[in-house]
Each structure stands twice: as C-alpha cells, then as structure tokens.
Design a binder for this molecule. Sequence first.
Ligand code: GLA
Length: 592
Amino acid sequence: MPTFEIGEQDFLLDERPVQLVSGALHYFRVHPDQWADRIRKARLMGLNTIETYVAWNFHAPDPGTFHLDGRHDLGRFLDLVAAEGMHAIVRPGPYICAEWDNGGLPAWLFADGAAGVRRHDPGFLAAIGTYYAQILPVVAERQVTRGGPVLMVQVENEYGAYPGVPAEERARYLRELVDLTRAQGIDVPLFTSDQADDEHLSRGGLPELHKTANFGSRSLERLAVLRRHQPTGPLMCMEFWDGWFDSWGLIHHTTAPETTAQDLDDLLGAGASANLYMFHGGTNLGLTNGANDKGTYLPITTSYDYDAPLSEHGAPTPKYHALKAVIGKHAPVPDEDPTEPAPAPELEVTLPDRVTLADAEHLLAGTTTRTSGLPPTADALRQWTGFVLYRTQVEADDAVVVVDEVRDRALVALDGEPVGVLDRTSHTASVPLPRRAGTLTLLVEDRGRVNYGSRIGEPKGLVGPVRTARRELTAWDATPLRLADAPTRLAAAFAPAPAAAPLAGPSFHRGEFTAHAGTDHLLRLDGWTRGLVWVNGELLGRYSAQTPTRTLYVPGPYLRDGANELVVLELHGAAAARARFVATPDLGPTEA
Ligand code: GLA
C-alpha cells in the first residue's frame, strides 16, 4: 500500500518528495451533482489535491441525527476526488470556522450548558467522540494507506486564535483530539493550522503535530515565521487566502489576480506546499452561513463566491488563468482549460399567489412555550436556526420595548402592524410603541451563529429581560417557525392576491417559471427588502436589499423541465411581486 509521510524536508509520497498544490472545495457548499465538475476544474487548473472541511452540524442538525447520504455523502465526494486522480486533505474540526454557522459546532451541544466550547471538557469531548465515530470511518477507509486519496487530517482549526483557555488545558484538549482521531483508524499524518504569527503558532499546536500556517500575502515573510515554529519538514500554507468572504452591509471583497499570483509564485518557488482557500467557494445554501462579531455583528452573505479562481457558478475567472500560469511554472499543468458556462437564462417571473405570515402561522408553528419571567431563548425552544415568534401583551403607557440582547434581528409589531426593528448589527435595542394596548409580537431571526472567537456557542433569540417604559415584560408565548419546508407546508394556503394589494410583509409569495432541468439560474430580487427564497422547495438562502450581493445562485440541479416554483418570504415589503433571472452574477460593489 502507498505511504504518505512528513519527511525531514518534504512531504513523502511513497518515499518520494511531493509538493502539494491543493485547493479548498467544501462539499457542503456545492450541490452533489456538481461535485465532479468542480473537482475536474480543479485538476485542469493544475491542482493535485482537494482539501475540504467537514461541518459537524451539517451532518448532525439535531441531537441523535447523523446524515451521510446525498449532499452529506463525504465518502462519495472523496471517491470523486480519487477518480480524478487527485489527493485529498480532510479537516474534520470539530470546529472549522469557515464562515459556517457556529463554526460547524452543533448548537444543540451547548443548549443546556452541558458542554464547554473547544475545551478539555467531558461533555464536549464525549460528543466529539461520537461525532468522530460517525464521520472518521468514512475518511479512514479512504486513506492513502488503504489505497484511497486522503493524505493528511487536520486537528482543530486555528486553535491558537481561540481565547481564554489556559496553556496546559489547550495541550490536553488537542492531545485528546489526537487520541480520539487515532482511535478511529486514522493513521496518516495529523497537522494543525494557525495564522502565521508567533502568538497563534505557539498557542495552536502540539510539538508532536506538524504545523502549517494560514495567510494570503507576504508569502516569504510568513514562511519564515512558520519555520520558527516548525523547524523541520515541509512548509505548507494550509489556507492561502486568494480571496475573501462577504458580509451583509459591506462591499464585495476582491483581490487582484496579479497580486495573488505573485504571492503564490513566491510560495511555490520557495518549495512550500499550498492549499488555495478557496479554489471554489460555493454557496451558503439554506440557513448555513456564519457571522463575525468583533464588536459589530456581521452575518456572512448567502454567496460564498470568495472571489475564488472558480466562481460560485463554476466559471473560470481571470484569477483561475493567472494561478494556473503560476502553477505551470513549477509543475506540469493540463493543456485543457474548462469551458465557460453558458449565460444563465434571462426571464421575468411574476409571483401572483400570496399568503401572509399571520394567516400561515398555524401551518408553520412548532410547539408554543409559555413562560413567566424571561422570554426563552431560541435554543431553549430547541430551535437551532431560523425564526422564533414571541408574543406578549402591552398597555397604552408601556411606550417603548427595550431588549437586553436580540440575536439577531426582530420585526416588532403591535396587533400585526409593524412598528420597528430591533437589530444587533446596528445595536438598536429599543423601539417606540404606539400609545395603545395590544398584542406585541417580535419575529426574531437568527441570522447565523458566530463562527470565530469567544461568541461561538452562544444562544439565539431574545436573550435577557425585555422592558417597557414602566415594567419588565414577563408573560411570553414563544413559537419556533418551521420554515425550511415552508413551500410544502403552505401549498394549499396560497391564493391569488388582488392586483392592487400592496406587497407588505411579512408574507409569502409564489410564482411559476419555465426552465430546463439542470440549468443554472441567477435570481435578482430588485425592489424587495429582505427575506428568504426557495426554488422548487429548496431553501436557497437569504436575500437583502443591503450590499453587497445582488444575485442569488440557483444550482441547475434544483431546476426541472417545464414548470418550476419560486417562493419568497418577504419580511418588510416589495415594490412589485416580480423577480428576474439574469444572465450573469452581480456580487455587488467592490472597493475599487
Ligand atoms: C481562517 C479559518 C477559515 C476561514 C478563513 C477566512 O483562516 O481557518 O476557516 O474562516 O479564516 O475565510
């Protein structure tokens, strides 16, 4: 059987030096019917390896569940990598960051305070043991030592950046992860990756594990820093940031292909191995995006295009060609280039059918919990993602509603009439109320769990007391909404809207359009404000009138021949019940 080892100077594949030119491609961000296409395009760029994280909460959305089929079929993904003649690197977390909801950690782990986060904590480690027993056999049987593509496995992720854990506990935690990993039959080399500075590299690893570093510029300087911490063996940039992620409210991030190409040239010229983060970013389909909060909460957009060499819709970009040319200076690359995908079909869709959230609530509602005192968090309701509807009574002289913390955004309404918005990003914690008694509702949206830093694992919903001008509101009804399959639940409730009726949210809108199966589409919702959108029952994700993303990628496999269904949940209001499919993506304004 083949071997893969970390030598004194190089990675050794069957005892021969090998330079890994790898690209990140997250199977959980790409429709499974498109995996083979994206992997092939990676090979055509000259890459010899595919790297993927494993997102624990993607496989285990609820306690007691574990999915390995369809879009969760990591084994099939790795087999496709092997079929393309490529190697694989797997990074199973348990924490992955990755701009993914909660950095991949299942929210249910922390709901009862039962598990510590990223620590040597018995509850956390027991859960990881279960997770590894579920996922790592898939990886183990595909290791190079058993004739498969997997060369190496990462332990944790940028652990050096995680605050608040004493040095001794850090080492015990990482060693425990190593033991749990080895216990599942992983015998290939293990490694850690950290940001390329002394502080992170000295805190993030173990002397016995190979260290790699993450950076996107000043390659030679960063390799020198890594060398201080990894005195022998091959140097590898485990995340060569060739683009960057986008957050709602900000611009679309891009990097100049020439600069990225030069930095990669420096890296490869120095003999280092590299993993392009990302080769192909894909999409935060559904409600899977994470968020950052370093004082201001900034949720990640639905698009994870990342300005990567292969665009979100699978097209080679100028960066693809620039990086291929650089790789070609250091190793043979295929002559063949991928073809440009055809422009997406252009058409207008009207959405004549409608049902308001108020009228649809009974079809979407989970179990209502009644509390006296604090409102329950979303996590206390076992709602790990999406929306919770809170209800209470106010009097005429309550005058204002003030929350301790809203995670992350609430539409406030009095007797169904919108009166304002509570918003974590803008630190808006109060909304004035009309001077009348009535039923106050707060429709609270979890806009994505924080994926980096000390806020990983925090609960969502309303957190802490809610007050008015004269008292604390202590009688709550809290109802989780089941939105993932809303189009099915609402099928019989939709009815044609009167032509002149204004499009006021929160309300669902449905229309049909004609398409060909397998054809990628790009959806524009100009004139709409904010909400969620489904195609043929598949929740694509969030849209917003904010910057940056203007178009949502609709993977071709979601489309079918003939009639297709578009459903939009608009939270606020729209100019007209119309949407457009357009030929090319528009990811928003850039800095330049
Ligand atoms: C770090 C993390 C990745 C990702 C990038 C930014 O390097 O390790 O998971 O979050 O930052 O895209």
